[in-house]
Write a protein that binds this ligand. Structure first.
Ligand code: CP
Length: 309
């Protein structure tokens, strides 16, 4: 496909191809080779309508490690503030020679609209509460790297499922790859009919964590709460936060993931975030490798054998 719009649209084979391609990319990062010439002459534009630390900078670094040229457009300092539409902005960016446009937007479906408008490849870097496909890919890569497989694993997703594009992309990806996915959190932050996505819903956090191989802890998205958070932050930490006692219910070798940014002491206790079972920092490194793999695959360079041998 020309674009990466969501995990929902990907086949198991496509997911495996992306994860497999990320491994030689990670080797490039580990060997501290600063640059390979694979994407020389390509132009990659990041276009983020919402804040980001990890996703934007890792796409930027991924592009630079592959020798592409990069431009970052910020709506607040662009002609978006003068009322230019998303479509006209995208056509303008493309007319300047962009080959890949990476977009984050608060409106679900905006990357899909863009993909229909431009010939350039479009990558969804998070659209509203809908999908965050590159996060799910790096999460799956991190789990597969540590556990050897995704098939048959029990994965609990804990927290604000309602507002989480990370949860939705993880659910679509992990269930396709044969994992058992459990979701848990406050009833007020659980979407109606979530079980239709093939997950088991647990109203008890303790029951959800019993015997799992992976716990993916979500951020409480204060910016997306419509009418104040219920439960309050303090109640949330006490009733739903991942602490030592709750972690002890999972398998002793269970992995702890968090997409970041973390609210330390709210959804996750600091000693768990920094503990031996946490792979949160590795997720960030793997995010660069996954984004290198995607830029490479979407550029149609996989026939060159330069990376994969
Ligand atoms: N995980 C994630 O999307 O982080 P950023 O919002 O910092 O990009």
């Amino acid at each position: 496909s020309k674009d990466l719009l969501g995990i929902r649209e990907l086949t198991v084979e496509e997911i495996n191809l992306i994860l497999d391609t990320a491994t030689p990319m990670k080797d490039i990062l580990k060997r501290k080779i600063k640059k390979v010439p694979t994407l020389r002459g390509r132009t990659i534009v990041t276009f983020f309508y919402e804040p980001s630390t990890r996703t934007r900078s890792s796409f930027d670094l991924a592009a630079k490690y592959l020798s592409a040229d990069t431009i970052a457009i910020s709506p607040s300092t662009s002609s978006v503030v003068k009322g230019e539409s998303l479509k006209d902005t995208a056509l303008t960016i493309e007319a300047m020679g962009a080959n890949i446009i990476i977009i984050r937007h608060s409106a679900a479906g905006s990357p899909h609209l863009l993909a229909k408008t431009v010939r350039a490849s479009v990558i969804n870097a998070g659209d509203g509460t809908h999908e965050h496909p590159t996060q799910a890919l790096l999460d799956m890569y991190t789990i597969r790297e540590k556990k050897g497989t995704l098939k048959g694993l029990k994965v609990a997703i804990l927290g604000d499922i309602l507002h989480s594009r990370v949860a939705r992309s993880n659910i679509w990806g992990l269930t396709k790859m044969g994992a058992e996915v459990r979701v848990t959190g406050p009833a007020t932050l659980m979407p109606a009919e979530i079980e239709k996505l093939g997950v088991k819903v647990y109203m008890s956090v303790e029951e959800a964590l019993e015997g799992v191989d992976v716990i993916n802890v979500l951020r409480i998205q204060l910016e997306r709460q419509q009418q104040g958070l219920f439960p309050s932050i303090r109640e949330y930490a006490r009733l739903f936060g991942l602490n030592k006692q709750r972690l002890a219910l999972a398998r002793p070798d269970a992995l702890v993931l968090h997409p970041g940014p973390m609210n330390r002491g709210v959804e996750i206790a600091p000693e768990i975030a920094d503990g031996t079972q946490s792979v949160i920092v590795e997720q960030v490194t793997n995010g660069v490798a996954i984004r290198m793999a995607l830029l490479y695959l979407l550029s149609g360079e996989e026939d060159s054998n330069e990376i994969t041998g």
